[in-house]
Design a protein around this ligand. Structure first.
Ligand code: ZN
Ligand code: ZN
Length: 143
């Protein structure tokens, strides 16, 4: 990944495609009650300026006002979590980490609400761990 090339991502169904500049400030996780319920675990995000984000398929995006100061973007077709975006006028957005194809290691910069029970629940190594090939052989192709 070179600095000039944008980082590309998409929702599960592909109706919404996003680009952002190469993430250089690491990723963040939030385990607050809203993020936990929204994502099923924690909200992992890449923060950048909202004005640098490219959106294809914007007509499929839905926004949920989760507070007086932020909204949650999601794909209205498949439900993928797209972003947390402050609505107070700041040029900022936390894009959902898992949307993006990133094959280089990036820094786990910050975790918020780290004392929430979900953070303890998901720590540690699993009893069984399968690769992509092993998982698809176990369940049949596709998930
Ligand atoms: Zn979608
Ligand atoms: Zn949160």
């Amino acid at each position: 990944m070179s600095g000039a090339e944008p980082c590309r991502g998409q929702c599960m169904c592909g109706a919404v495609r996003l680009t952002m500049p190469e993430p250089t400030n690491g990723y963040r996780a939030c385990a607050c009650d809203m993020c936990r319920r929204l994502t099923g675990s924690q909200f992992y995000s890449l923060w950048t300026a909202w004005s640098t984000v490219g959106i294809e398929g914007a007509e499929h995006v839905r926004n949920f006002p989760s507070s007086d100061w932020a909204e949650r973007g999601f794909c209205g077709t498949c439900g993928s979590v797209l972003w947390y975006r402050p609505t107070d006028g700041r040029d900022a957005v936390g894009l959902s980490l898992g949307l993006f194809e990133i094959d280089t290691a990036i820094n786990f910069a910050e975790q918020f609400y780290a004392d929430k029970p979900i953070c303890t629940l998901v720590r540690g190594l699993p009893a069984t761990s399968m690769t992509e090939a092993e998982t698809e052989a176990h369940f049949g192709a596709g998930t």
